[in-house]
Write a protein that binds this ligand. Structure first.
Ligand SMILES: [Cu+2]
Length: 410
């Protein structure tokens, strides 16, 4: 009997020792995705679920005042096709029902724009090890009591066996407790299947505008199409990095116009954002994104705007950033301090962002503020001598502040 129990325990240990999972998926954590939609900057927060069927909370964090109607939100399971929908205002939340784990798509509609955000509903699974630990301890306790009772009831041989069994069961439980940190983490329910090959190729990206020839003052779409160079198929496996599927920086050649937006996924492999140019001329586009199981990458492009300059409100003036050393040298780190115009709130997971472009547009750098104190402090090493256009960005209560400045590097 005892030998059988020990064999069973061993079998359970062997059966549970499946190959290690490569992905580090955290069930129950929130997914935050920045979206520039209906002319405003939002972050969609898909809150982690604890159980299915159950509620899935979707909230919208606004970084700018939003006067439009409520946003329409729909959550659909890609496996069953079942969907639930509701409306939510920026700053608010909506609860939608999900009835299974696995791949889902969140559709966000606002002002005639539609974003399709892919995500997974993940639910934590109890690890097999826990069963063995608690089972082993329970068995040990039961056998020990049995052993003690039979021992006192003058059947010492059976009692000894039971106590020995208890010791064995306790040993199994204790061994697993000790080994647990080395054991592979169990994938949550609904996680993507683990692929044996890691390291997908970079996506081939193409930037274009619709219409092809935008006119100053009129809305147009910047479109980014991503294709896997090896298979020719649309790249639809972007990882959310710095809280967005992609970060798009659009600047006029002279640097007078700067936009940092978060394009909407409108179809597999397609990201789009609506813009309006203030004046004619050449505009440079840089898209930062990351494919799952691949590194971060940047795709750039350009387009020309025709028409006449439109009059726009003069930008707010900001205190110029402080540079140390004041006259930067190429290849040496420079400390850049920015006094925020208000109480800073995290945006894209960081207190502040600094985007630097060379005058000709051949170089674009992006760093984050270090620490959480005031002033916002950045460190940047300019690669070669020359003039650089720079924009420091941060969020305060009701807006995103952009501080443009230029740096001459010797
Ligand atoms: Cu961004």
């Amino acid at each position: 009997m005892i030998r059988r129990i020990l064999c069973l325990a061993l079998l359970l240990v062997l059966a549970a020792a499946s190959p290690a999972a490569a992905h580090n998926v955290i069930a129950g954590s929130d997914l935050r995705v920045a979206q520039t939609i209906a002319g405003t900057e939002l972050t969609v927060v898909i809150q982690g679920t604890r159980r299915v069927p159950g509620p899935l909370r979707v909230s919208i964090v606004a970084y700018q005042p939003f006067a439009g109607p409520a946003l329409q939100v729909e959550v659909r399971s890609l496996a069953s096709g079942r969907a639930a929908s509701g409306t939510v205002r920026p700053g608010g939340a909506v609860q939608l029902r999900v009835d299974r784990t696995g791949p889902h798509e969140l559709t966000l509609r606002a002002g005639g724009e539609v974003a399709l955000i892919p995500f997974r509903v993940l639910v934590e699974r109890a690890a097999g090890w826990e069963f063995l630990i608690y089972g082993g301890l329970f068995l040990a306790g039961t056998l020990l009591i049995g052993g003690l009772l039979t021992g006192t009831l003058s059947r010492p041989s059976t009692g000894r066996y039971l106590v020995a069994g208890a010791a064995a069961a306790a040993a199994v439980a204790a061994t697993i407790v000790v080994l647990e940190p080395q054991l592979p983490a169990r994938q949550p329910d609904g996680a993507a299947p683990v692929e044996p090959v890691s390291g997908r190729p970079y996506a081939v990206g193409q930037v274009r505008t619709v219409p092809e020839q935008p006119v100053a003052g009129q809305e147009f779409t910047v479109r980014l199409d991503l294709v896997d160079g090896a298979t020719g198929r649309a790249v639809d496996d972007l990882a959310v990095h710095h809280e967005a599927l992609a970060h798009l920086v659009v600047t006029s050649q002279d640097g007078s116009s700067f936009r940092h937006v978060h394009p909407l996924r409108t179809a597999p492999g397609r990201l789009e954002t609506r813009l309006r140019a203030d004046g004619p001329g050449r505009y440079l586009v840089y898209a930062e994104f990351e494919r799952q199981d691949s590194g971060g990458q940047m795709v750039s492009g350009a387009f020309d705007v025709t028409g006449r300059a439109v009059t726009v409100a003069a930008p707010r003036q900001h205190a110029p950033p402080r540079l140390t050393p004041a006259a930067p040298t190429a290849g040496r780190p420079v400390s850049i301090e920015v006094d925020p115009a208000g109480v800073v709130r995290p945006w894209l997971g960081m207190p502040g962002h600094l985007i630097v472009r060379s005058l000709d547009g051949g170089f674009l750098g992006h760093v984050h503020a270090m620490g959480s104190g005031v002033p916002l402090r950045f460190t940047f090493s300019f690669p070669v001598a020359g003039r650089y256009l720079a924009w420091a960005q941060y969020a305060v209560e009701d807006r995103i502040v952009t501080v443009p400045f230029t740096v001459d590097v010797s």
